[in-house]
Design a protein around this ligand. Structure first.
Ligand code: ATP
Ligand code: MG
Length: 474
């Protein structure tokens, strides 16, 4: 359950709103808009979500607040007359005292208007009620948290900016459920920019990062970073190819980009077969045409066995002429697969390139005209072994560019370490995206080190599971 703020952008960052019943700290320097945010949350709650609210202030008189908020077109007194809102000005001591009493002022107020949302402006003073001891301050914050929970109120607790450089994390960051930080920062030494960041939100996933906000005539307005907006749109787009691994799709913003060239940089210790098989299986299920260059360590039979674990019957796929293979090793094949396998072991580099250009690609090209999607996968180290580094350096960029221009998606497996730094950086430049997986100690990691939108991800732990889809990124 969520308690929507109704503030543009913020509900998207929060994945719908504040978790109902949670107590959230809003932290910021003077003038960053904390009071405005608090009132806006209450005002929208009443106007849009049928949730009444209480605003408690230690610092200002209600009259000042009424006047300030009129600038945004919010008539708070009208809401008070309707018993939907209460604006209360009192001392911190009185609040704590009244909160502790059953049937005290606090409880009465809440019952009177069936209050669901509360804002306290600000808790900075509460902590110092008893200056002699920090312990007392903590006790007061605990009391406050427990009372808010008891009445199942969703609350915003405003606080002056804590010292960002302080060595210890302030105590209140632990005991409350979330933290929203408003900042006013120097931008390019030209102007000051307001940014909002959700640093913690217990029990919900949030859009990370600093989002710019403005204080407009309608109150606070958060503009989401364009990247996040693009991700939201892209993830719904048909141009995203699902990998079959939900957590990987999420990191990729919905999946692989159709028509792009991806490289999976791996080493022999890392388990990459599940990743590759899952992607291939997903492409087959989606009805794509597939082409693969077989490596010396993976025959069609071995691929068939892996695909079977992903509920794909390779025999059927071959029968339907949905998958083709380039074979360098002349391994024996069942009769029914013959027409789908191109044997190239007798072709030198020049003839091989000729074959690709004048036999294979024209065939693919005619399929593309029929609006079939092609997905190509191969192990580049196998090509380097068979054709040499020079061949790859000479042809890789042109081949991938040509594939891209025809809207094919290409996934290339490569061990960057094995090919050396220069070749690796050439390859990296020639593709749109790089996924890197490696083993460190007894754990495997996966990271996106290059993406078409310029974002690199953090390293994720790759967990191998017993059951389908066998992989999870955490
Ligand atoms: N209509 C408006 N358009 C643009 N900015 C506005 C408007 N109304 C108020 N502001 C700005 O909003 C800020 C005040 O917001 P608010 O009082 O909510 O901040 P605050 O963080 O609570 O400040 P304090 O720490 O002093 O209590 C001021 O910087 C003011 O310039
Ligand atoms: Mg204020």
């Amino acid at each position: 359950m969520q308690s929507a703020t109704g503030i543009n952008g913020l509900d998207i960052i929060l994945g719908g709103g504040l978790p109902t019943g949670s107590a959230i700290i809003v932290e910021g320097a003077p003038g960053t808009g904390k009071t405005t945010l608090g009132i806006q949350y209450l005002y929208n709650g009443i106007q849009q979500y049928n949730e009444n609210g209480i605003f408690i202030t230690f610092e200002e008189f209600p009259d000042q607040i009424y006047t300030d908020m009129k600038r945004f077109g919010w008539d708070l007194q009208a809401l008070e007359r309707n018993n939907q809102l209460r604006v209360i000005s009192l001392s911190p001591e009185t609040l704590i005292q009244q909160m502790r009493e059953t049937d005290g002022l606090f409880e009465t107020l809440i019952k009177e208007i069936d209050c669901r949302r509360i804002v306290i402006d600000s808790i900075s003073l509460l902590k110092f009620l008893n200056r002699d001891s920090e312990i007392k301050g903590r006790e007061i914050l605990y009391t406050l948290r427990n009372i808010l929970r008891k009445f199942k109120l969703t609350s915003l607790l405003i606080q002056e900016q804590s010292d960002l450089n302080a060595e210890h994390v302030p105590f209140e960051h632990f005991i409350f459920d979330g933290l929203i930080r408003l900042s006013l920062k120097e931008h390019l030494q030209l102007f000051r920019q307001r940014t909002m960041e959700v640093l913690k939100m217990r029990g919900s996933s949030i859009l990370e990062g600093e989002h710019i906000y403005r204080i407009t005539e309608e109150g606070i307005y958060v503009v989401l970073a364009s990247r996040t907006v693009a991700d939201i749109q892209d993830s719904e787009s048909e141009l995203r190819l699902k990998t079959g691994i939900q957590s990987l799709d999420d990191i990729l913003g919905g999946g692989l980009d159709r028509g792009n060239i991806y490289m999976l940089d791996t080493n022999s210790k890392a388990n990459y077969r599940n990743i590759i098989t899952s992607i291939l299986a997903e492409r087959i299920k989606a009805g794509d045409q597939l082409l693969t260059i077989l490596s010396s360590i993976q025959s069609i039979e071995e691929l068939a066995a892996l695909l079977k674990l992903h509920q794909v019957d390779l025999n059927k796929v071959i029968e339907e002429k949905k998958m083709y293979f380039i074979e360098h090793y002349n391994r024996p094949l069942p009769e029914s697969w013959r027409n789908s396998v191109f044997h190239v072991n007798d072709l030198d580099n020049e003839k091989y390139n000729h074959f690709l250009k004048y036999e294979l690609y024209p065939k693919i090209h005619s399929d593309l005209k029929n609006e079939k999607n092609w997905f190509i996968y191969y192990d580049l180290n196998a090509i380097i072994n068979e054709r040499g580094t020079d061949y790859v350096l000479r042809h890789f960029a042109t081949e991938t560019a040509s594939a891209r221009s025809k809207g094919m998606t290409v996934l290339v497996l490569c061990n960057f370490k094995e090919v050396g730094n220069n070749v690796a950086s050439f390859l990296e430049r020639s593709c749109n995206g790089v996924l890197k997986t490696w083993v460190d100690g007894s754990y495997q990691y996966l990271q996106i080190t290059k993406a078409s939108n310029g974002d690199i991800s953090k390293p994720y732990l790759l967990e191998n599971m017993q059951d389908f889809p066998y992989i999870r990124l955490i």
